[in-house]
Design a protein around this ligand. Sequence first.
Ligand code: SF4
Ligand code: SF4
Length: 282
Amino acid sequence: MRQFAVLQLSGCAGCEVSLLNAEAWVDRYKLVYMPLVISAYDVPEVDVLLVSGGVRTDEDLYNLRRAARRARQLVAVGTCAISGGVANLGDRDEVRELFLAEAERRHLPRLLPRIRPVDAVVTVDRYLPGCPPTPELFMAVLFTPTDFKVGKTVCRECGRKKRRDMRPTHLIGFEQGEVLPDVCLINQGYLCVGSSTRGGCRALCTRPGHPCVGCRGPSDTFIDKLSSEWFTSIQRVFAAMTDIPAEEIETALRSPQLALFLFQFSDYAGTGRPPRPKEKVL
Ligand code: SF4
Ligand code: SF4
């Protein structure tokens, strides 16, 4: 039986919970290391090492290098491992000004000068973006089924119909209004960014009526471009489908509520590092 381990660096435990929500691996893989659920001192030799979280502390750096040497295949899973996620927000000046200016941090592991994605330290074989990736995506990266297909964008997986006769003039807050079934959320005035977000989650949020906040990151079209191009494409979609003023969309995209999400998920090419090869990103 193949063995796999889950190394958790600085992040939340969302990816681990998502993995545990899937069952298909239980009979085919032996989970030998995952501090959340298994008491094991160290990562042994494994076929697959899933790494979640970003490299934020000297302890993360040490653990990652050590574990990577024992893995035949290493997969960076989730937003934090790929673009820094929550732990990256403190490195962004605009976010620091918004949220962290007054914060005092004590008694934490010593921080490295900057957070680094996993692939700044070790070679990554595949990338699995998501916050967290869905159980189905975890199984796809572990088993690589030949019939597994994902839509290029969340829109392609959503199924809600875009309408020419519904052009909202202002945005509606996420928690407001009655969401109409089957009609695109943009036509209803919600700030959904599914049009430029990579598919694979089966439009988990938009189908029941929650706007996509982009947790799968930019679609292949934007993955090797600056995050500003991702934002611009969202603006273009709203200009084509609504009469909402561009300034209103811009302000909303950069509002603390949405920026917290989009800044986390958009750093593929904004860190001065080469873009991730598209063929390695699920
Ligand atoms: S609701 Fe969002 S994901 Fe669905 S079709 Fe509209 S823009 Fe695309
Ligand atoms: S719909 Fe958007 S926010 Fe929701 S899981 Fe998919 S990519 Fe993430």
